[in-house]
Design a protein around this ligand. Sequence first.
Ligand code: 5AD
Ligand code: SF4
Length: 470
Amino acid sequence: MSEAKKSLFIKTYGCQMNVYDSDRMADVLARDGYRRVDSADQADLILLNTCHIREKAAEKVYSEVGRLKKLKDAAASEGRTVSIAVAGCVAQAEGEEIMARAPAVDAVIGPQSYHRLPQVLERVQRDGHAIETEFPAEDKFDHMPAPGSARPKGQISAFLTVQEGCDKFCTFCVVPYTRGSEASRPVDRIVEEARGLVERGAREIMLLGQNVNAFHGSGPDGEDWSLARLLARLSEIDGLERLRYTTSHPRDMRDDLIGAHRDLAKVMPYLHLPVQSGSDRILKAMNRRHGRDDYLQLIDRLRAARPDLALSGDFIVGFPGETDADFAATMELIRTVGYAQAYSFKYSPRPGTPAADRADQVDESVKSERLAGLQTLLGDQQRAFNAQMQGRMMDVLLEKPGRETGQLTGRSPWLQPVQVDAPAALIGSIVPVRIDRIGANSLFGTMLDPVSGDAGDGETAATLRPGAAA
Ligand code: 5AD
Ligand code: SF4
C-alpha cells in the first residue's frame, strides 16, 4: 500500500520574494509527498514564511504560532502529529530565540537553506527540533526542482527571483543582515526558468530582487550582464508578453536600464523606485547615498525615455531626527513627482541596525500624524492617476475569474486591476479594453473587438485613442 500523502499549509508574510520562496518550498516538499492545502486545520506541516522588515511584521509570527499551538495540541490529543516550521527573515534574524519564545515551533529555517528543507524535517523527526540558519556555500537554486513542477498549472503573471540580498546598508533596514550580501543568478538559469514559466501559461514575468536593478548575473558569454541586458534577452522569448521588475534602488538605475524602458516594448511602463524621504539631511542619515535632486533628475530622465511611465515608491516617516521641515520636504517631493501608487511606513527601529540606536527617536504620535498626512496625499494622487483612465483604451492582460460570473480580472500596463466581461477562455490573453468606470480599487471596462476596435456600442478604439499617453 502506498503511503498516505502528507499535507502542507504555507502562510506567507511580507514581500513578493517570500511569495516566490513559498512556492519553491512547496515544490521541494512535493518531492517528499507533501500536497499543498489552503487551510492549517488538517495540515501535517505548517510553514510560516515570515517578514522581519518592521516590528509589527515580526510580532505577527509569534501571535500566529500561539494560535497554531492550539491546533497542534488538539491534533496531538487525537494522536495526530502536526509540525510547525518558521522560515523567512524572522527565522534568519531570530533563530534560536524563536524556539525559546515559542516552543511549539519544531523547525527554523533561513531563506538561503530552503533546498535543505527535507533534511531539516528529518532532523525534526529524529531530534524533535532543528535550526538551519547558516548561509550555505552551495546555491539553493541549483538544488531545487523546477518552479511549478508540483503545480498542475502555472500563473498568468509569475514571479521569478533573479537577485537576492543587499550591500547598501541603509541605516534603518534589516535586509542586508537577513538576506545576506547581494548575489545574482546566472542568466542561463533565469532564461530557462522563464521559458518553463511560459510553457506553464505565464504571459507576464515579474523579476524579483531586493536590489533587482543591481543585477549582474554571469552571462553565457562569460561577462556579467546588467538587468537591461537580461530584459532584452527575456524579451526574445515567444509567448512572454510583459516584463516587470522590483525593487529598484535609485543608485542602480543606469542608462541602459532607462533605455530599456524606451526600447523594449515588453517592459511595462511602471516602476517601483523607493526614495524613502525627500529631505537631503534624512537621506544622508539613512545612508541612501543620493540626494533629493539626484532622484528628481532620474525621474526626469525616465519620463523622457518613457513618457507614460507610472511611478510607485516607498516612504518612511519619523526616521530618527526627522523634523517638521524634513517631513515637509518629503511631501514636497511627492507633489513634484506624482505617484500612481505607493507604500508608506512609520519608522520601526530594528535591532542590530544603526538607526535603532539613535537617541533622537521620533514620538509615536508625531509619526502617526505625519503618516496620515502623507497617506492622504498619496491616496489623492492614486485616485487622480486612476481617474485619468476614464474613457481610455488600453491593453489588459486577463489573469483570472473576476468577482462576478462572466467577468474576468486583468491588469493594465500600469498594474491597475481591471474588471471586464469576458469568457474564461480568454484568460491569458491581452485584449483591448475601453475604461468605462473607475472604482475604489479597480477599473471597469468593456472589451473591444481586437480587429475593428468596436465596443459593440458604436464607439471604436480609434475614436477612444486621443491622448493615449498619460
Ligand atoms: N521601518 C519602517 N519601514 C522600513 N522599511 C524598511 N525598513 C524599515 C524600517 N525599519 C520600508 C522601506 C522599504 C520597504 C520595503 O520597507 O520603505 O523600502
Ligand atoms: Fe534595505 Fe533596500 Fe536599503 Fe538594501 S537598499 S538596505 S534592501 S532599503
